[in-house]
Design a protein around this ligand. Structure first.
Ligand code: CMP
Length: 138
């Protein structure tokens, strides 16, 4: 059965001109785009989205990075979407990411790692609702 995940193309990858290449890899891997937008997070949005990391030492850096410029948010559908998308993007740290993964190709550091993928079906639904109204999802 098809399920969904939430992708963000992060500010570093947008700044570096990788939106098109990343969307191409995503659709070539069999994901269907159910919602898509170019948007920018306010600092308070980034704080809310990453609240689970609020006690981590990198939290202020993460919030500043994720709100510094536009991102692309998308809801992606595929069988086994959460796990398959995390395999497609690769490890959090691009140094550890497998060859051919999106982070290996386009990320520059563990902090500026090009893309986000939900870590569970439950969080995929929460994160989709964070970014999209019902009428924006198809
Ligand atoms: P992501 O998995 O999309 O969501 C949490 C983010 O926190 C992660 O990507 C990284 O961008 C960031 N992050 C995780 N670990 C570190 C770290 N050690 N230093 C800086 N940023 C980090």
């Amino acid at each position: 059965m098809a399920n969904t995940t939430l992708m963000m193309i992060k500010p570093d990858a947008v700044e570096n001109g990788h939106i098109g290449n990343i969307l191409q890899k995503v659709t070539s891997a069999g994901f269907q785009i159910k919602a898509l937008k170019l948007t920018q997070l306010a600092k308070s949005d980034a704080e809310r989205f990453y609240a689970v990391h609020s006690e981590r030492p990198f939290y202020p850096e993460l919030v500043a990075f994720m709100s510094r410029g536009p991102i692309v948010a998308a809801v992606l559908e595929k069988e086994n979407a959460v796990v398959d998308f995390r395999n497609l993007i690769g490890a959090t740290n691009p140094v550890e990411a497998a060859e051919g993964t999106i982070r290996k190709l386009y990320a520059t550091s563990i902090g500026e790692n090009a893309v986000h993928g939900s870590d569970s079906d439950e969080n995929a639904a929460i994160e989709a609702a964070f970014h999209f109204a019902g009428r924006e999802c198809f």
